[in-house]
Every structure is written in structure tokens, then in C-alpha cells.
Ligand binder design. Structure first.
Ligand code: 5GP
Length: 201
């Protein structure tokens, strides 16, 4: 069986990456979402083992020491990392694996898996991003200002990515994401052995 493809997704906060991925996962049963480990506190509405594997800093350090993580980073004071085994097992089983990680981790994954697909989600405009962050109502004006500044910095890394998806309308962004996955699966590099198998018939 052909191996699955590895898809790395990054986006500044408020660009709607969680919703896009939720919808894409519902639409394409061959997609597998890699649940990360983190040392940050659980937020309301999150579930351990679904949103993240929530760990203490010591537990996280043990995972690093035991080589259990494919990559990890410290982001705004907390550890975040991708468990290695699940990703490898799923790729071997032919599943297409999504890593939703920040830019530094994404760059590290690209070094380890040069053939991975890198997707960056963009907001339609900064004005709209600001409006969405205010609408969420979970952050103060000061935090929103910081998030917008961080978003500007993060956007400079978009040039390291293969695909840029603008989330102006959710359904279109989901379609774009699914189209990227579909096209990438047809790449010759991702279809190893297919011609040989045909000729061996
Ligand atoms: P949040 O705390 O808002 O859930 O996530 C903060 C940032 O950490 C997001 O950009 C998210 O994509 C990123 N992140 C989540 N899991 C991982 C991971 O396993 N590795 C890396 N490098 N970043 C992650």
C-alpha cells in the first residue's frame, strides 16, 4: 500500500485554521490529525487526548529525553511537540497526516521530511483578522494588539510554504485545502511503484 503524505499547516492566531481542519477531517476520512503534546494549561472546551495530550513540564521533558517527539518547540512559554510514533504508524498505514504546528516546528519537519507539503493559512486582511479576534471576545485589546503584531511577523515566513490558502470564506478555504491534499496525492513522488505495478500485471 502507498504511504500517506505528511501535511504541515501553520497560521497566525485567528485565521481559522482549527475550523478549516475540522471540516476537512470530516470531509476526507483518509486524513489523520496528529494530536500534539503540550505543557500549557487546558482551555475551556478542550479535551485531553483530543485537543492535545496535556503534560506537566517534567512529563514533557521526559518525552524529549526518551526521543518520543518528532519535533518540539517552546512557544510563548509552553512546550509543544509532535509525538513521533503515531505519525510514523499512520503514514505507514497509508493515512495522510496533518501536523498543525507553528513556523519553527514546521521548518524542522521540512528538514526531516523534505517531501512534506507545507500549507500556510492567511487572513483576508489585517482589518478582518482584527475584527475576528475582537468577535471571539476572549482577549483584551492589548492581547489582540500583540497577536496582530505576531501575525505580521509570522506572515514573513509564508514564503517557506508550498501553498497559501486565504481564509476569506470558510467553505472555499476548506475546498482549497482538500484540493491541495488531492493534488499532492497525485504527485509522482507520492505514487511510488504505481507504474511498476501496472507493468507487472
Ligand atoms: P495554542 O496554544 O493556541 O493551541 O497553540 C499555539 C501554537 O502552537 C499554534 O501555532 C499551534 O499550531 C502550535 N503548535 C501546536 N502543537 C504543536 C506542536 O506539536 N509542535 C509545534 N512546533 N507547534 C505546535
Amino acid at each position: 500500500m502507498a504511504k500517506g503524505i505528511l501535511i504541515v499547516v501553520s497560521a497566525p492566531a485567528g485565521c481559522g485554521k482549527d475550523t478549516i481542519l475540522e471540516q476537512a477531517l470530516k470531509a476526507d476520512p483518509n486524513l489523520y490529525y496528529s494530536v500534539s503534546a503540550t505543557s500549557r494549561a487546558m482551555r475551556p472546551g478542550e479535551t485531553d487526548g483530543v485537543s492535545y495530550y496535556f503534560k506537566t513540564r517534567d512529563e514533557f521533558k521526559r518525552m524529549i529525553a526518551e526521543g518520543e517527539l518528532l519535533e518540539y518547540t517552546e512557544y510563548v512559554g509552553n512546550y509543544y511537540g509532535t509525538p513521533k510514533k503515531a505519525v510514523n504508524d499512520m503514514l505507514e498505514a497509508g493515512k495522510d497526516v496533518i501536523l498543525k504546528i507553528e513556523i519553527e516546528g514546521a521548518a524542522n519537519v521540512k528538514k526531516m521530511f523534505p517531501g512534506c507539503t507545507m500549507v500556510f493559512i492567511l487572513p483576508p486582511s489585517f482589518a478582518e483578522l482584527e475584527r475576528r479576534l475582537h468577535k471571539r471576545g476572549t482577549e483584551t485589546d492589548e492581547v489582540i494588539k500583540q497577536r496582530l503584531e505576531t501575525a505580521r511577523k509570522e506572515l514573513q515566513y509564508a514564503e517557506n510554504y508550498d501553498y497559501l490558502i486565504t481564509n476569506a470564506a470558510l467553505e472555499d478555504a476548506v475546498d482549497d485545502f482538500l484540493a491541495v491534499v488531492r493534488a499532492e496525492k497525485c504527485r509522482r513522488e507520492n505514487r511510488e511503484g504505481v507504474v511498476g505495478d501496472l507493468l507487472a500485471e
